[in-house]
Ligand binder design. Structure first.
Ligand code: GTP
Ligand code: MG
Length: 374
């Protein structure tokens, strides 16, 4: 059984005295023994000379001392464990509202490099069916809207709920609009959903916004290239959205598809990151308090798995919890999502700096709408 120390009694959690055995609580909720205790005359157990008066400093949640020790303190063995808090696997100490405002402000201040003729950067969300792509957009949108929003349709289904290529612009309550667009699309499946050919079109901006994918049959002919503006629609960063609870069961074919997509991104030097969703389902401590995420062993283990799955470094994996059935925003959930988004925009900045170099050295001319700049 596990009993939490009462919030206002944490000062009394343990009681250190050189001549005492393990002792807990202000009025000795549990005082095991004092001095030396010898076994009883038959040498079978140790009659401890302490006391158990639980309830002062520990919340016993309705359990009485007698339920635990049968009304005596006779023990055959007494095991004491020292629990050492490990260092977080990723350092981030600040989870207050000030930090939230700082992250939000930095994201709102993000602007594309002027010389590249990019008005808003495009971030594509790619991943298996039901991984939480649409929900990740809804989470980011909710943060900037200061209320839970459901603009992108999200639910669980056999095939992808999202049917088309949908670029979402965020319009905060405060007015203005951040300079990025999150592009949602159907989930990847073994034989339906976006394929390598589609991915190529998406990355290069050769797909019309709101293009509908036909899920069951041969894909409909691609959008009329004359109607799209490659420079405007080109993708500047890809986030692979993966469900932490299904990392072990993603089909080999879908993994292979993502790897083929990655080759296209690598050719174009498009940055790739992973947003790892549903962390509330893999660790109870995290579900209770999302600021525990970077200390959770379970989350760390899943971050490692996700990084191995796509061969990306662990520093590029961002665990998040998407809003699902909540009615109110949670500061820690917001911070996790904004930490991911900040890193995404930093990667876009690196990519833009590379583009700028290429332009300066005359390798590309973005104004001529070159499809594959790198
Ligand atoms: N518990 C929990 N559920 C989540 C989370 N993210 C998404 N979900 C749920 O997972 C289901 C699928 O989420 P979607 O956002 O529709 O996933 P998607 O990747 O857009 O799916 P498709 O468009 O069908 O490919 C929905 O029921 C969501 O509410 C999360 O972080 N935690
Ligand atoms: Mg979706």
């Amino acid at each position: 059984m596990k009993f939490p120390v009462k919030q206002d009694k944490t000062w009394y959690a343990t009681n250190s005295n050189l001549s005492y055995g393990p002792t807990f609580g202000g009025r000795y909720d549990l005082h095991t023994f004092n001095g030396t205790v010898n076994t009883n005359s038959f040498g079978k157990f140790f009659p401890l000379n302490g006391s158990a008066k639980f309830g002062h400093s520990y919340d016993m949640q309705g359990v009485h001392a007698d339920d635990i020790n049968n009304g005596n303190l006779n023990v055959i063995e007494l095991e004491v464990y020292k629990v050492t808090l490990r260092k977080p696997w990723r350092s981030h100490d600040n989870w207050d509202t000030k930090e939230f405002e700082r992250l939000k402000g930095a994201i709102l201040a993000f602007t594309p490099i002027p010389d590249l003729s990019i008005s808003k950067v495009r971030v594509a969300m790619i991943g298996p069916v039901g991984a939480g792509k649409s929900s990740f957009f809804n989470t980011i949108d909710s943060i900037f809207h200061e209320r839970i929003t459901w603009r992108a349709c999200s639910s669980s289904a056999e095939h992808s709920v999202t049917a088309g290529y949908v670029p979402y612009t965020i319009r905060p309550n405060s007015g203005g609009s951040p300079n990025f667009i999150l592009c949602d699309m159907p989930g990847l499946e073994e034989s339906v959903g976006p394929d390598v050919n589609d991915c190529c079109h998406i990355l290069d901006g050769h797909i019309q916004d709101f293009h509908l994918f036909n899920q069951e049959k041969e894909l409909t002919p691609k959008a009329d290239k004359s109607k799209v503006e490659p420079t405007k629609n080109r993708i500047h960063c890809v986030i692979f959205v993966l469900d932490a609870t299904t990392l072990d069961t993603v089909s080999e074919k879908v993994i292979e598809k993502m790897k083929q997509f990655q080759r296209l991104m690598n050719e174009r030097e498009i940055p790739q990151l992973i947003v790892l969703t549903k962390i509330d389902k893999i660790c109870n401590d995290v579900e209770r308090d999302f600021s525990f995420t970077y200390k959770s062993w379970a989350v760390e283990e899943h971050v490692k798995k996700a990084s191995q799955l796509l061969g990306l470094s662990q520093t590029k994996v961002f665990p998040v919890k998407n809003y699902k059935e909540e009615t109110k925003l949670d500061n820690n959930v917001n911070i996790l999502a904004l930490l991911a988004l900040s890193r995404i925009l930093e990667s876009v900045e690196d990519y833009m700096l590379n583009l700028l170099d290429r332009q300066v050295f005359g390798q590309i001319d973005l104004k001529k709408n070159q499809a594959t700049p790198l």
